[in-house]
Write a protein that binds this ligand. Sequence first.
Ligand SMILES: Cc1cc2nc3c(=O)[nH]c(=O)nc-3n(C[C@H](O)[C@H](O)[C@H](O)COP(=O)(O)OP(=O)(O)OC[C@H]3O[C@@H](n4cnc5c(N)ncnc54)[C@H](O)[C@@H]3O)c2cc1C
Length: 644
Amino acid sequence: MRDPSVSRYSAGRLSPIRRTADLRRLRDEQFDVLVIGGGVTGAGAAVDAASRGLKVALVEARDFAAGTSSRSSKLIHGGLRYLEQLELHLVHEALTERGLLATRIAPHLVRPVPILVPLPASNPAQRVWQRGYYGLGVAAYDAFAGVFGGGRGMPLHRHLSRDGARHIFPSLRADKIAGAIRYYDGQMDDARLVVNLARTAAAQGAAVVTSARVTGFLREAREVVGVRVKDLEAPGSEEFEVRARTVVAATGVWSDDMSQMLHDVGVRPGFQVRASKGVHLVVPRSAITGEAGLILRTATSVLFVLPWGGHWIIGTTDTDWQLDRSHPAASARDISYLLDQVNTVLDRPLTTDDIEGVYAGLRPLLSGEADSTSKLSREHAVVEPMLGLMLVAGGKYTTYRVMAADVIDRAVRRLGGPFRESRTDQLPLLGADGYAAAWRDRQDTARRHGVTTGVVEHLLERYGTLTVHLLAMMAADPELAVPLDGAPEYLAVEVAYAALAEGALHLDDVLTRRTRISIETAHRGSASAEHAARVMGRVLDWDDTVRTREVEHYLARVTAERESQTMPDDRTADAARVGAPDVRGLASDRRSDPSDRRSGSGDRRSGSGDRREGAGDRGSDLGDRHPDSDPPGDRSSDLLEIDL
Ligand SMILES: Cc1cc2nc3c(=O)[nH]c(=O)nc-3n(C[C@H](O)[C@H](O)[C@H](O)COP(=O)(O)OP(=O)(O)OC[C@H]3O[C@@H](n4cnc5c(N)ncnc54)[C@H](O)[C@@H]3O)c2cc1C
């Protein structure tokens, strides 16, 4: 539980000093719940448990959202296509969550995005049928949200003629459409929402530590009583034990590794998780003229074209992946598939020259132990393969809160005692309190702080009411008020704040997840790396050697990613990508399940992709280049005396 004498904001500040203190807590205390995995599911579970009054720890091997949770389509959605499949309970659940997130839990991070469903040009009879069919679906979607959605938080849908659709989306080819229906879903910055969840958990008293990899379970008889943790920021240090009465593994596509750690006692996990790769392209807003997103049907699934600030996000693919899970690579084949799909409806075809960024993520799809790939489900599951250990996986980003409540309900049943029911539906995340008023007053705020309204809007949409802290930092240090080199839509203060309060430990954390510079600029962050490293280094006490190493790591990663995206298939793209070592010194991240070794790659399109242990090894341990033990100092006090 949080010390009530400390403000919620201070308690949720993930500074370097806080990391050191939380590492000490991991060694010294016994927790009610220890959560493994700082993606949306794990961070959500930590918030749920901590807000029920439980003593909670959250450990993440790399950075918050470094896995799938920073690589999604960034929609908080009911899933229009689940409606078509008549999976009404899933639609209902997701629309309820969408309403809660947009109106109460994270209104600063979740906003309505208009999306057009184009109606294909066809003969008059088909046109009537299609408009009726899609119209009914979208109307049902709105009705579900209205009736069940916990405060819809989204405008209603509207039918558009062909001219109406092209007015909103002039780049749509006139000969391809008969009209469109416009509906709304929620859009968010997935990585920022996870950081916000982790900070909210910290504000509720949870010990929250990144770069902390679980390497095994502590067991007494047939019961799990904790975990062994390796601090990846101190590679020369010993692993240490963390005691917990229940352990929750929310490790997404790494879930099977958890059961593998209990292999010797013959534990059956209850489910297996398959990884399905989804690739997105990012192109500049000027490449397509439109004021709304598009949802297009493909042969096997759907393709989104979504407005994203000054950019468009186009995705996604859906292919099996059994290669490196930490750094899934997009191949030239993935990229040309996406371009081909989107170009079917655009009047000016996109080419590879239009692409600013590319990212790939892995869907954690559940399969029962004997199920075939075709039966993979997007629903989540909670299992307790061994006393004291719960696995939660599957689902989707939108329903993280439901997954979190389910797994913590189960933990609470095991713990017994007078713990409350989940109340996260009533709990605004940090920065959400007072957001509507802050948005209303943004011009006054800008005037008071001597910045443009655009700056205040940019900050409000990323930090909510915590914006006042960034404005205060800018006022105290004018060097923080300048735009970042190579990415002028971001300010230097955002880099400093990421290190000071948002748990960023490496340049990659800032350029890839606290900001989205790595996918939003044609240079992919290379031109911002030096400046960002200087600003970060001031907070984290980096000397020249560390700063140079951070920049080199980042540039090597960009080079490897670019190279991988010119490779013809998954196997060659993966080989190019793993050439750049992980800045946290993680070793190769292939599955440890021997059955995978037999099956080879599952890239259905390429039919290639055997596992190459050698290539993985190249991307292995750079640990000896890290500073060995001393945690970075906390220069926040030198930088600024502000109670964050
Ligand atoms: C291409 C794509 C598009 C998507 N689009 C959407 C969308 O628009 N809307 C939506 O609702 N959903 C979407 N999803 C689904 C959604 O992104 C995922 O369901 C969700 O992010 C999974 O979160 P997670 O926390 O379960 O897993 P992850 O985010 O992968 O988190 C697992 C974490 O566990 C950590 N970990 C693993 N092993 C260890 C260990 N030994 N010790 C410590 N930590 C460990 C990892 O580092 C990782 O950070 C999409 C998914 C993909 C791939």
